[in-house]
Design a protein around this ligand. Structure first.
Ligand code: PAF
Length: 285
């Protein structure tokens, strides 16, 4: 299937305008370096809309100084090939000057959901994410937009932005895709050496511990956190940024699980910072 690659907002809006009449439009925002996790979001988008647009843009404003913006993997040709194979209609791949012709004086800032965890460890990150997502929403005007659960705090923040700012867009969050051994797919896995990759499995092991304890009826967050920390402490090569048990939508830390909850972890493995999470199913009483 052929896919149209638009690099300017005008081209993107023009292509969508031609395809939109009588059809639903979906947007899957990405930073490229696509893997099966992204492609599963494209599949979800195709189930919900006839015209699927995928944006590929490594957004500089969500990277802090010293983070991996410069070395973030980029291969647009490969991304386009993969997206064509999954039935995307349009790839929007702007350059930085197209999205930011001038330094922005207006940005989207959120309180609460974004204060802790990724927000605390990556100051300014969520302003960058929410602002670029809002800009992409304005370019594509999708009926539905699809994000990955792997960035659980981002997903919660985007849902809230859409509600707060009245974007008429349905937000769908697709499950995390994992390697057979449990490692969550991430574009940053490309930076892991073979030894780092083995260590990185500890993130999944820690989440798995929390998940099975919660399924067994443990609802005390401290017990779940201790189990996660204990699992991670067996891997001294891993530097943990945080482990957390939070309410899924507000990202507020929980003392006890009684509704939708997320166990989350962020850690550095070698020179690479990884995040992962699981949605905890509260035990049926
Ligand atoms: O999840 C990502 O890849 C990015 O944060 C997003 C949503 C594409 C915004 O740049």
């Amino acid at each position: 299937m052929s896919v149209l690659v638009a690099t300017t907002m005008e081209e993107c809006r023009g292509a969508i305008g031609r395809l939109r009449p009588g059809r639903r439009v979906a947007l899957v925002p990405t930073m490229g370096a696509l893997h099966e996790g992204h492609l599963s979001l494209v599949d979800l988008a195709r189930e919900r809309a006839e015209v699927v647009t995928v944006s590929v843009f490594v957004n500089p404003t969500q990277f802090g100084p010293g983070e991996d913006f410069d070395r973030y993997p980029r291969d647009l040709e490969r991304d386009v090939r993969l997206l064509a194979g999954r039935g995307a209609a349009i790839v929007f791949a702007p350059d930085t000057r197209t999205m930011y012709p001038e330094p922005l004086l207006t940005t989207v800032t959120m309180r609460g959901i974004t204060d802790d965890f990724e927000g605390a460890h990556r100051p300014g990150h969520f302003d960058g994410v929410l602002t670029i997502v809002a800009k992409l929403f304005h370019v594509v005007e999708p009926d539905v937009a699809v994000f990955g659960q792997k960035d659980a705090q981002q997903a919660a923040a985007i849902r809230r932005m859409v509600a707060d700012l009245d974007f008429p867009i349905e937000i769908v969050v697709g499950p995390t895709v994992r390697e057979p051994d449990g490692l969550a797919l991430s574009s940053r896995n490309a930076f892991l050496s073979a030894a780092d990759r083995r260590e990185a499995l500890a993130l999944h092991a820690a989440l798995d511990r929390a998940d099975s304890l919660a399924r067994d009826g443990v609802d005390d967050a401290d017990r779940l956190l201790d189990a996660m920390r204990e699992e991670l402490s067996r891997h001294p090569a891993i530097a943990v940024d945080y482990v957390a048990i939070v309410e899924r939508d507000s990202f507020r830390p929980l003392r006890r699980i009684s509704g939708p909850a997320v166990a989350a972890v962020a850690a550095r493995v070698g020179g690479t910072r990884l995040i992962d999470n699981v949605v905890l199913e509260p035990h049926e009483r």
